[in-house]
Design a protein around this ligand. Structure first.
Ligand SMILES: N[C@@H](CCC(=O)N[C@@H](CS)C(=O)NCC(=O)O)C(=O)O
Length: 279
């Protein structure tokens, strides 16, 4: 494991780390922000899962979350969005919505993606274990959030591991991947035609099947160009209503899909998670 960047930020350390991933069978880079409180003892962790085309840096450089994380004393871990490197299969046409930068936080079962595209295991199991060993993090206190494809990742991981994550939130999540073209392309490529696997990674299907005993916080820009075709928060809202899940869906007039939207509301999400993460 190599620390390839170490920069002071709001009294904490913004690190970039390169390591060889056992899950993904390749070198991976992730970012971790350690708040000043990490000098004194272990701090809780908020996971940030990014969207299509991102790597570990988009959130770190654009969301402006370090100030509130430093105040609250929480670490932020931002993984990459896919495996990378020579020999990692990409979309056959080099498209931006599948393959590199678009791992969808699943373990692929279909060749040629099944060897490296194991982002689910990487985020849910491998990284927490590595982080607990190498950094002053209290891995018993984790919360998870993400954007777009990463919002899908955050919701599905939290729904499938309710004991691992104390709270979950999302910005503009892909709520029903099995019913929209981004998700259908990804799941078709990573899982093939086995629809039962698709539904295990679909937030709405998971809520319909098993409910959820925690609240969910979602912010959605009303001027997001992907809102109607790819994100469909209204289906999440209906599923939560039917299942009795406490969803707070903040519709933000005029905001788009970008990090300008995320930066505008990130503090609220951190304060929300902070309440679940304080002892
Ligand atoms: N690929 C399209 C859109 C991709 C996109 O909007 N990606 C979102 C996540 S779904 C993102 O966070 N992009 C990186 C950024 O804004 O820093 C483009 O680049 O125009």
């Amino acid at each position: 494991m190599d620390i390839i960047e170490d920069v002071l930020c709001f009294g904490g350390r913004q690190l970039r780390v390169k390591h060889t991933s056992e899950s993904c069978h390749c070198d991976m880079v992730f970012s971790v922000f350690l708040p000043p409180q990490a000098e004194q003892g272990k701090v809780p962790v908020v996971w940030w899962l990014s969207g299509l085309t991102c790597n570990d840096q988009n959130f770190v450089t654009k969301a402006g979350a370090q100030r509130v994380a430093a105040e609250l004393g929480v670490a932020i871990v931002a993984p990459d969005t896919s495996p990378r490197g020579d020999g990692v299969a990409d979309d056959p046409d080099g498209a931006w919505d599948f393959g590199l930068g678009a791992g969808f936080y699943v373990n692929a079962t279909q060749a040629p993606y099944d060897r490296h595209y194991r982002m689910y295991d990487y985020v849910q199991a491998e990284l927490p274990a590595l982080l607990a060993k190498r950094f002053p993090l209290d891995i018993e206190r984790q919360s998870i959030m993400g954007h777009s494809m990463g919002g899908h990742g955050a919701l599905t991981l939290a729904l499938r591991h309710p004991d691992q994550y104390r709270s979950v939130s999302a910005f503009a999540p892909i709520c029903v991947p099995s019913q929209v073209s981004w998700g259908q392309k990804a799941f078709g490529g990573y899982f093939g035609g086995d629809e039962s696997l698709w539904l295990e990674h679909d937030a709405v299907a998971l809520i319909e099947k098993s409910g959820f005993d925690k609240p969910i916080l979602v912010d959605q820009g009303a001027a997001d160009s992907f809102l109607q075709n790819q994100l469909k928060p209204e289906l999440l809202e209906q599923a939560c209503e039917r299942a009795g899940v406490a969803l707070t869906l903040n519709q933000r007039e005029g905001y788009d899909h970008s990090y300008f939207f995320i930066a505008s509301f990130i503090e609220e999400h951190f304060r929300y998670h902070g309440r679940f993460l304080s002892r």
